[in-house]
Design a protein around this ligand. Structure first.
Ligand code: ADP
Ligand code: MG
Length: 314
């Protein structure tokens, strides 16, 4: 039998929804798309984002400090850990059910709580840029800066929001365990929300007040697992040049060189499409035969068959 194609799939916001009931419903559709790929003969590893979920957990933990003066504020790294467990639970449950519904009973599903090491000297720590959590008034923002050491920034006339650093992932701490689980046939969910950001202090790993981009963490995971494909699922079927303009052109197939040129020309928005294209280029350039795909969740089966999506190759 031919060697199974190994795929790391990175789930975007639309694969998980924004609220508890939305996530419960969304994971059912997501599980179908993932099991479709397994039925295509692929070995799948799942990574995912956590924007709305980590914001929700963070807000809930802040509310707790208002209710009970004994409760200190919860570090962001702990909020990411909570979001990994909550999302992992819903995904595990939905994937198990979908596999069983299709008569597949020999693929166990498991979530790995994943720490991802970042460099404490990463320049991103000097310029926190990623807004998280809810909008607050100027007074509340001042209180949060004083009480919690948060960096608060005014966000386009809509109020103040906390901003955190988004450093690059350097090392997936639990990669050995993840590899063993994948190699022995488990369907693994890992690097949720880009991973729990930690820095190294001797043998101690210290949680960092940061959010790692899930597109970069998924790229590192795919390289470390020697995957054949990195599939980044998002809210668009293809990547465009001149996105949203009259001369918008959808891309089907791009070489690493072409994609780098399009990045320089500024075709991809920072914070949304740019990290995806950068991650896709990084993966495709890392070894001959490695392919990255950016497409819609519902189109993942078609994309792996070469029918749609934007494909990046050397
Ligand atoms: P995710 O939650 O999957 O990370 P994002 O909203 O962060 O999703 O990024 C996907 C969005 O990027 C698309 O819905 C689209 O609005 C936007 N986008 C920006 N530039 C482009 C581009 N050049 N081509 C396609 N989509 C783009
Ligand atoms: Mg995003």
């Amino acid at each position: 039998m031919a060697k199974k194609r190994r795929i790391v799939i990175a789930l975007g916001g639309n694969a998980l929804g924004n609220t508890l009931p939305e996530q419960m419903a969304a994971v059912k559709i997501t599980a179908k798309a993932i099991v479709d790929l397994i039925e295509e003969g692929c070995e799948v590893v799942v990574a995912h984002g956590n924007g709305p979920q980590v914001g929700m957990v963070n807000n809930a933990m802040i509310a707790l400090t208002h209710e009970d003066a004994q409760q200190p504020n919860t570090p962001l790294s702990v909020c990411v850990a909570m979001s990994q467990a909550y999302i992992g639970y819903d995904l595990q449950n939905a994937l198990r059910e979908e596999l069983l519904n299709r008569g597949i009973s020999d693929i166990p599903v498991a979530t790995m709580i994943t720490q991802v090491r970042v460099d404490e000297n990463d320049p991103a720590f000097q310029s926190p840029s990623k807004p998280i959590g809810k909008f607050v008034t100027a007074d509340q923002a001042k209180m949060m800066e004083e009480n919690f050491d948060y960096v608060m920034k005014e966000d386009s006339g809509r109020g103040y929001r906390r901003v955190v650093a988004s450093p690059k992932p350097v090392e997936i701490v639990e990669i050995g365990t993840i590899r063993t689980m994948v190699n022995s046939g488990n369907l693994v969910i890992a690097c949720g929300g880009g991973g729990i950001p930690v820095t190294r202090q001797g043998n101690h790993l210290k949680g960092a007040s940061a959010v790692i981009d899930k597109d970069f963490a998924s790229c590192l995971l795919a390289k470390e697992l020697d995957a054949d494909y990195l599939i980044i699922l998002t809210a668009v079927e293809k990547v465009a040049l001149n996105f949203g303009k009259p001369d918008e052109t959808w891309l089907a197939d791009v070489s690493v060189e072409e994609a780098k040129r399009y990045i320089t020309q500024g075709h991809f928005a920072a914070g949304s499409m740019l990290p995806k294209v950068e991650a896709a280029v990084d993966f495709a350039a890392s070894k001959p035969g490695r392919t990255a795909l950016i497409t819609l969740l519902e189109k993942s089966r078609d994309a792996i068959q070469g029918k749609t999506g934007t494909m990046f190759h050397q």
